[in-house]
Write a protein that binds this ligand. Sequence first.
Ligand code: HEM
Length: 146
Amino acid sequence: MNEQQIQLVQETFARARRLGPHVAATFYAELMTIDPSIRAMFKGDMVVQGEKLMNMLGAVVDGLRAPQSILPTACALAVKHLDYGVEAKHYAMVGTALLRTLKHELGQNFTQEMREAWGAAYQFLADAMIAAAYGSTARPSAGPAA
Ligand code: HEM
């Protein structure tokens, strides 16, 4: 990712967060539309879960210029996701749901450049998480599809 992409991702995320907690709800709705079987993996309160997700994404977005500051936490989180029944193929679905959420929430303000910057940021994160949890051979499925 170049500096301009990092700035775009940080600005977009700040804008999405200002829209409030319903952004996380939009994300889960998009994710369950892609694969309804994912719903059964979530056992807790989805508002609390949404807040955890947004906080973690916020930490990743803040740390894009210093990946070594975020990757150990992200990789430990990926290993924890094994206990939730998460498989490598699910990461691409999450990436797609994330891009659709940003498009849905930001509308015309979500430009092609932003989409590409988010795609690169998510791919970077998902590749690292997948490699940590499943080994690097699972990499091709990491990228978002929309
Ligand atoms: C960039 C990728 C991801 C991030 C940043 C992320 C973030 C998180 C966070 C912060 C938690 C809470 C952990 C805790 O309570 O200690 C969590 C839980 C969870 N995540 Fe993810 N996650 C990601 C990918 C995925 C994927 C690909 C799936 C599969 C569909 C998934 C499904 C779940 C489930 C089922 C839980 C547990 C919910 C519960 O306890 O009810 N996550 N995630």
